[in-house]
Design a protein around this ligand. Sequence first.
Ligand SMILES: Cc1cc2nc3c(=O)[nH]c(=O)nc-3n(C[C@H](O)[C@H](O)[C@H](O)COP(=O)(O)O)c2cc1C
Length: 149
Amino acid sequence: MTHEQGDGYLLVISMSGTKRTKKNVFRSGIFSANLVSTDMLPLMDYFGLHSAEDGRKDGIPYEVVRGAVLDVPVLDASRWVYECEVADTVTTGDSTTFFCRIRNIQMEERLECKDIFDVDLTRLDPVVYSGKHHNIGKCLGSIGDFENV
Ligand SMILES: Cc1cc2nc3c(=O)[nH]c(=O)nc-3n(C[C@H](O)[C@H](O)[C@H](O)COP(=O)(O)O)c2cc1C
């Protein structure tokens, strides 16, 4: 994420090559970003290893609903979903970076977040990809907890 102005944060996402998702985002200017929790690893692998350019992605069961604010497809399995509208794009080589206004956030009720800085990542259990897949360890505290230790 990067800061825009006031309370505005932009979600930054880069897409390389000529994938279908990229074409759809260029065409419509809207999309959803569905965070992946550990229980979604098989779905993530399936979506990441197949392209809609080669046919419908119906080799694994999943439910898709529509966004609450934008008319975008949303994965029922995701505990945290951003509904996004493209504000700006920067293309470098075969990669395009989309800077996107977050028009809505859908979060699973049991996460009980007061705001986007109150996320219990141990409950969200997100997958972090850095060449290999990892999950998150324990919560270490908040800003200020370590100032005078
Ligand atoms: C864990 C994971 C992360 C990925 N991240 C990106 C990414 O950030 N940008 C990108 O362009 N492709 C990324 N990919 C690759 C796309 O998901 C892949 O090219 C997919 O086949 C595109 O499908 P589509 O043509 O239906 O859009 C990722 C794949 C995996 C498995």
